[in-house]
Write a protein that binds this ligand. Structure first.
Ligand code: ATP
Length: 318
């Protein structure tokens, strides 16, 4: 069987480890494997090359994706998707492993409807997919955020300042929640939970009264304007406040052990499914196991925010 692999949407640390797992597992099972450059754009354009064992040498520890990634408007159209299917036919590729986030999975569903055997692997730093407890890249991005929080805490404490640290996550507060908890933030602001200005100010002032030298507020992008939070702390609590927006630094870096393990397991699992003649499936990490599920069903599962974890973070930062 000829198997294609591509990465799509935002890049995430661990994508390379996943490509490596797909390529090596395919060759181990005597399949031919083809890399598709730059996501669905490369698929439509036929930007495809055969991969071998050495194509994925020395990449398990590298962030980014050797195949490149892109957002493809053309693939959003029926015509574009038909072109993609034609290209797959020309190359004789029957099975596809797609590595990406929500949009990539929606594209995978459309390809499955057109008769292509697809297996989609969740990889996005946001951890914003409802059907899986984990998406590849999340832990590495969260480590980067915690590292930044720890560094900002040092300088904050020296100057007696507050720091608003804005992290990524699109509409999902998971990076903010986990980085805030692990970084010992006093306040965590996420889109899933209403923001209380009163709580923010009360906590900050309590901290000042008991002689705290720093105050860290972690804000998930899309939850609130970080500069507005800083202004409130300065104007209403009289605390000098700096804003740091971490941005794309969270996308890069050496993938953590957990991301490499997830990527390796999922990549191998995907090829096993194709080897058994299966397709139309999404991989999910649920209750500490990689499992497969129907893509349409996966996309219908709504993401639940971990409010218990936020409660713990709030209790520990009183
Ligand atoms: P991230 O979560 O990191 O942003 P993503 O996979 O969600 O990753 P998107 O840009 O949303 O990133 O999607 C990647 C690509 O998938 C899009 O550029 C588009 O080509 C394709 N895609 C998205 N939604 C659909 C859809 N409904 N039908 C077909 N293709 C889609």
């Amino acid at each position: 069987m000829k198997i294609g692999v591509l990465t799509s949407g935002g890049d995430a640390p661990g994508m390379n480890a996943c490509i490596r797992a797909v390529v090596r597992s395919s060759i181990y099972m005597s399949h031919e494997v083809f890399g598709i450059n730059k996501g669905y754009n490369g698929l439509i354009k036929g930007d495809i090359f055969q991969m071998n064992l050495s194509s994925v040498a020395d990449i398990i520890h590298r962030g980014g994706t050797i195949l490149g990634t892109a957002r493809s408007d053309e693939f959003m159209t029926e015509e574009g998707r038909k072109k993609a299917v034609e290209v797959l036919k020309i190359y004789g590729i029957e099975g596809l492993v797609l590595i990406g986030g929500d949009g990539t999975f929606r594209g995978a569903l459309e390809l499955a409807k057109l008769g292509i055997k697809v297996i989609a692997i969740p990889a996005t730093i946001d951890n914003d997919l409802g059907f899986t407890d984990y998406t590849i890249g999340f832990m590495t991005a969260t480590e980067t955020a915690v590292d930044a929080i720890s560094k900002l805490r040092d300088t904050s404490s020296s100057h007696g300042r507050a720091n608003v640290v804005e992290v990524m996550g699109r509409n999902c507060g998971d990076i903010a929640l986990m980085a805030g908890l692990a970084g010992g933030a006093e306040t965590i602001i996420v889109p899933e939970v209403d923001f209380s200005e009163e709580d923010l100010l009360k906590k900050a002032l309590n901290g000042v009264h008991r002689g705290k030298k720093h105050h860290i507020i972690v804000v998930a992008e899309g939850a609130i304007d970080s500069y507005k939070v800083a202004r409130e702390l300065e104007e209403k609590a009289g605390i000098e406040t700096k804003v740091t927006i971490l941005g794309h630094i969270q996308r890069g870096g050496v993938p953590t052990v957990f991301d490499r393990i997830m990527a390796s397991s999922m990549g191998n699992f995907a090829v096993n499914l194709l080897n058994e003649g299966k397709g139309g499936l999404a991989l999910s990490f649920t209750c500490n196991r990689v499992i497969e599920m129907d893509i349409a069903k996966a996309l219908d599962t709504k993401k639940k925010f971990n409010e218990d974890m936020l409660k713990i973070a709030n209790i520990l930062s009183i």
